[in-house]
Design a protein around this ligand. Structure first.
Ligand code: ATP
Ligand code: LTN
Length: 326
C-alpha cells in the first residue's frame, strides 16, 4: 500500500480552500492508502503565536480532521511536536539545503516582502516540511497548488541526499485536485483564499454560521456581464464560485452553466448558499461533538505513538547513512 502524508497548520480559520484543495483528498485516500495526517504546530511558530490560542487551534484542526471524515482507525492523526524526529530531520536537511533555493520560494518572498527583519524559521520552513514528508517514507502528498514549489524542493532534497549518501529517502509525489486546488478569495478572485486575510468575507470557514456564509457569498465579487460561465481569465470571480459549486454538489461545470443559462448572479448565488450551507452543516455538527471529548486526546496520543514508531526507524537509517552518532 502506498503511504500518504499531509499536514495543516493550526493557525485558525480552516476554510473552503483548505477543504477543497487538501482535506477532501485526505478522506478519499484513506480507503486504499496508508495515511498519516499531521497538525503541523512547529510550522505555526514561524510567526509569533499566542500559546493559549495555539493549543486551542491544534485541537480545532484535529477535531476538524475527524469531522470531515478522517477515520483514526484507517489513518494516523497526530501533532507534529509530539514526534521529535521532525525537528531533528529538519536540522539535518537544513545542512543539505542551499540558502539560494530557499530565498527563491515564492511563499517566502510573499511573506517577507517589505519587512526589514524576518525570522529565520520563515526561510527554512520548507525544509521542515520536507522533513515531515521524508520522515515517513511518503509516496504521495495531497496538498493545494500553492505547495507545488515546496514539494519540488522536498524531491530535490531527497534526491540530493540519496546521491550524496546511501539511498536514504523515498522520493514523494504531490497530489493536486483537478478542481479545488486553488480556491480564490471571495472579495478578490486574483488572490487565493487565505486564513490570514483581514476581510472575513474573503473566505468561508468550515465552522461559519449559515448567516455568515450567506453574507460572504452574496457579497462575493463577480463582474458586470451577468453570464454564468467558466472563464478564469475574464471572469475569475464567477469561475471561482462555479468551482466551489461544482466540487461540493458533484455537478460538472458544464451542467451548471446549462442550468443557469439566462439566470442572474442573484439566483446562482442563492443556490450556492444552500449548497455550501448543506455541505458544511454536518461537519460543524460533528466538530461540536468531538472537539472537547476525551476521545480526541486519546486519538492524538495513539497517533503520535504510531507515527513515532515509523519516524524512529527512518531516523536510525538517516543517522547511520550520515555517519552521525557512535
Ligand atoms: P493560508 O494560506 O490559507 O493561510 P496555508 O496554505 O498557509 O493557509 P495550511 O493551513 O497549512 O496553510 O494549508 C493546508 C492545506 O490547504 C495545504 O495543502 C494548502 O495547499 C491548502 N490550501 C490553502 N489555501 C488554499 C486555497 N485557497 N485553495 C486550495 N488549497 C489551499
Ligand atoms: N507547508 C504547508 C503545511 C505543511 C505540509 C507539511 C503539507 C507542513 N508540512 C507536509 C504537506 C506535507 C502549508 O503551509 N500549507
Amino acid at each position: 500500500m502506498k503511504r500518504v502524508f499531509s499536514g495543516v497548520q493550526p493557525t485558525g480559520n480552516i476554510h473552503l480552500g483548505n477543504y477543497l484543495g487538501a482535506l477532501k483528498q485526505f478522506v478519499e485516500l484513506q480507503e486504499d492508502h496508508e495515511c498519516i495526517y499531521c497538525i503541523v504546530d512547529e510550522h505555526a511558530i514561524t510567526v509569533p503565536q499566542n500559546p493559549k490560542e495555539l493549543k486551542e487551534h491544534i485541537l480545532d484542526v484535529a477535531a476538524l480532521y475527524l469531522a470531515i471524515g478522517v477515520d483514526p482507525k484507517k489513518a494516523i492523526v497526530f501533532v507534529q511536536s509530539q514526534v521529535a524526529g521532525h525537528a531533528e530531520l529538519g536540522w539535518i536537511l537544513n545542512c543539505c539545503a542551499n540558502t539560494g533555493e530557499l530565498f527563491r520560494m515564492t511563499q517566502f518572498k510573499a511573506k517577507s516582502n517589505g519587512k526589514e527583519s524576518v525570522g529565520a524559521g520563515l526561510l527554512t520552513y520548507p525544509v521542515l516540511m520536507a522533513a515531515d514528508i521524508l520522515l515517513y517514507d511518503t509516496d504521495i502528498v495531497p496538498v493545494g497548488n500553492d505547495q507545488k514549489q515546496h514539494i519540488e524542493l522536498t524531491r530535490d532534497l531527497a534526491i540530493r541526499v540519496n546521491n550524496r549518501y546511501k539511498d536514504t529517502f523515498v522520493v514523494p509525489d504531490g497530489r493536486f485536485m483537478k478542481a479545488g486546488a486553488r480556491i480564490m478569495a471571495l472579495d478578490d478572485p486574483t488572490s487565493k483564499m487565505s486564513k490570514s486575510a483581514e476581510n472575513i468575507h474573503s473566505r468561508i470557514s468550515l465552522l461559519d454560521e449559515p448567516s455568515k456564509i450567506k453574507k460572504s457569498i452574496m457579497k462575493a465579487t463577480t463582474d458586470s456581464d451577468g453570464i454564468i460561465k467558466y472563464d478564469l481569465e475574464n471572469k475569475p470571480g464567477v469561475s471561482n464560485l462555479l468551482s466551489i459549486y461544482s466540487v461540493l454538489s458533484g455537478k460538472t461545470i458544464e451542467d451548471l452553466e446549462k442550468e443557469y443559462e439566462g439566470k442572474g448572479y442573484g439566483d446562482f448565488k442563492k443556490d450556492l448558499v444552500v449548497v455550501v450551507t448543506e455541505a458544511l452543516a454536518p461537519i460543524k455538527e460533528r466538530f461540536e461533538e468531538i472537539r472537547h471529548s476525551k476521545e480526541l486526546i486519546e486519538i492524538l496520543e495513539d497517533g503520535a505513538r504510531r507515527a513515532d514508531e515509523i519516524a524512529k526507524k527512518t531516523m536510525k537509517r538517516v543517522r547511520d547513512n550520515f555517519g552521525l552518532g557512535i
